[in-house]
Design a protein around this ligand. Structure first.
Ligand code: BES
Ligand code: MN
Ligand code: ZN
Length: 503
């Protein structure tokens, strides 16, 4: 069955005139009925249900809560679905997106053919339209790729509409198209991260990223093991040597016409297609999740393609090292010493600290290729889940101004990130007796910070930041706005950074 491409549109007419199967109306937890009754005709169309279910407590308008009312009278929609938007003061770009996503999932599970979401008064119609189109797109994502029955998760609507009464039509339509493109990019990253590791080997990952890049008009360079040896990427090759699958390193180059001088944004993403831990093998419990240890790399690939499609004004270079971390007769051992492409020597104290090894060579290469401002994204440390849980990504880097820039970009893009310090005392934990560094700081806590300090050793003088998405890249539970699995964490931050350079 060929999948139909859903049609996205923005309209600026009144809600009453939107002819769809289901029209979603966001309701804030802390607003009275008055503002809702101010939506022309809604009270009549819903036959007084809205005030009644709010008063009785049946619908409290908590975030992602729904109440569906058949419509009477003159409204053109067949159903009005009230969607809880939570407290007005808590409304962020992320919340708006997730509300729209939950509307998309509700529409999909109920197999409605067309759905619309109303932008309530008081919000900027254009930026909100983009975020809503992004969120609605999330529900199109299929997490059951390998299921025989493709209808169990409902059917995604053929038509999705963002309604911004009285706004500028051209601006709203352009915003919807932009948001749709961003949502698609996040879905692409999610699809890659969900792929099992027997399918998505480093070679297959490289092939898919190359195809994505070519389709988006981005320059693609796939480095094989011969090239990686020529470049002396000893850390990357060291991790790869235990696997039957050869490593790859993919470079994506977006060069808009006329962009000379100015910043060159270097995006680096961890691409471990499966992380067993290597000889320092992980426990069996939850190891299946380690197929997503390339979520950072997927985010970088999807983001650069989106930046190119959006016609970003800055040069962007993506570097994605791809390896599988396996035990075996040829695998790296604890105690081994490797030499990085930069010349730095590393004593391996734990083969499960592999992400920082491949990122170190990739960060070095991004600088060789001319990146002036760096951001890497990685499912790097379990310690980050201890520190920040599944709710926020860890943000580290130097100088502070660049870290602050990334923090601002992430907040407006709708990714939650939170800073952790890089005090020089933490650097002590990386001292080796035999080499320049050890790869895994032992037993003294702050695992996310010492991992970032390791990366910092490979960045010379240039603004660099690091996002640890170990907690945010994967949802362990199914939510109203997100099925179990890959989340697309950091994709939006990377797109915003590429489009604005942080300005
Ligand atoms: N890929 C893991 C980090 C991870 C753990 C991501 C759990 C998502 C969920 C990483 O390669 C790793 O194994 N890190 C080690 C580092 C340690 C050996 C210093 C960790 O966090 O335990
Ligand atoms: Mn590991
Ligand atoms: Zn890993």
């Amino acid at each position: 069955m060929a999948m139909q491409v859903p049609k996205f549109d923005g309209v600026v007419i009144e809600a009453a005139d939107v002819a769809v199967d289901m029209l979603f109306v966001p309701v804030f937890q802390d607003e009275g009925d008055e503002p809702l009754h101010a939506i022309p005709g809604l009270r009549e169309a819903s036959a007084g249900w809205i005030a009644q279910v709010r008063a009785s407590g049946e619908f409290r308008a908590k975030a992602y809560e729904f109440f569906i009312v058949p419509v009477r009278g003159s409204w053109k929609a067949k159903r009005v679905a009230l969607v809880g938007a939570g407290l007005r003061a808590e409304l962020t770009a992320e919340r708006i997106r997730l509300i729209a996503a939950s509307c998309g999932y509700t529409a999909r599970l109920r197999a409605v053919s067309s759905a619309a979401v109303l932008i309530r008064g008081g919000l900027d119609p254009v930026s909100t339209a983009a975020i809503m189109a992004d969120g609605l797109s999330a529900a199109e994502f299929d997490s059951g790729t390998y299921k025989a029955d493709q209808t169990v998760e409902g059917r995604y609507p053929a038509e999705l509409v963002v309604v911004a009464p009285g706004a500028n039509l051209a601006a709203v339509r352009a915003a919807v198209a932009r948001g749709r493109l961003i949502g698609d990019a996040a879905n692409q990253a999610r699809a890659l991260a969900n792929e099992p590791a027997n399918v998505l080997t480093p070679r297959e990952f490289a092939a898919r990223v190359a195809a994505m890049g070519t389709a988006a008009g981005v320059g693609v360079d796939v480095l094989d093991e011969t090239r990686l040896r020529e470049l002396k990427m000893g850390l990357l090759l060291g991790v790869a040597q235990g696997s039957a699958e050869p490593p790859r390193l993919v470079v994506l180059r977006y060069e808009p016409k006329g962009a000379t001088g100015g910043p060159v944004i270097g995006l680096v993403g961890k691409g471990v297609t499966f992380d067993t831990g290597g000889i320092s093998i992980k426990p069996a419990e939850g190891m299946d999740r380690m197929k997503d240890d390339m979520a950072g790399g997927a985010a970088v690939a999807a983001a650069i393609c989106a930046i190119a499609r959006l016609g970003g004004p800055h040069r962007v270079i993506g570097v994605i090292p791809m390896v599988e971390n396996m035990p075996g007769g040829k695998a790296l051992r604890p105690g081994d010493v490797l030499t990085a492409a930069s010349g730095t020597t590393v004593e391996i104290t734990n083969t499960d600290a592999e992400g920082r090894l491949i990122l170190a060579d990739a960060l070095w290469y991004a600088q060789q290729l001319g990146a002036t401002h760096l951001l890497d994204v990685a499912t790097l440390t379990g310690a980050c889940i201890v520190a920040l849980g599944k709710t926020a990504s860890g943000l580290l880097g130097a100088p502070d101004a660049w870290v602050e820039t990334i923090r601002t970009v992430a907040a407006r893009a709708g990714d939650r990130v939170w800073p952790l310090p890089l005090y020089s005392e933490y650097r002590e934990q990386l001292k080796s007796e035999i080499a320049d560094l050890i790869n895994a700081a032992s037993g003294r806590g702050a695992g996310t910070i010492t991992a970032a300090w390791f990366l910092r050793e490979f960045v010379k003088e240039r603004p660099w930041a690091h996002l640890d998405i170990a907690g945010t890249a994967w949802s362990e539970e199914r939510k109203a706005c997100q099925p179990k699995g890959a989340t697309g964490a950091a994709v939006r931050t990377l797109i915003d950074l590429g489009m604005t350079a942080g300005a």
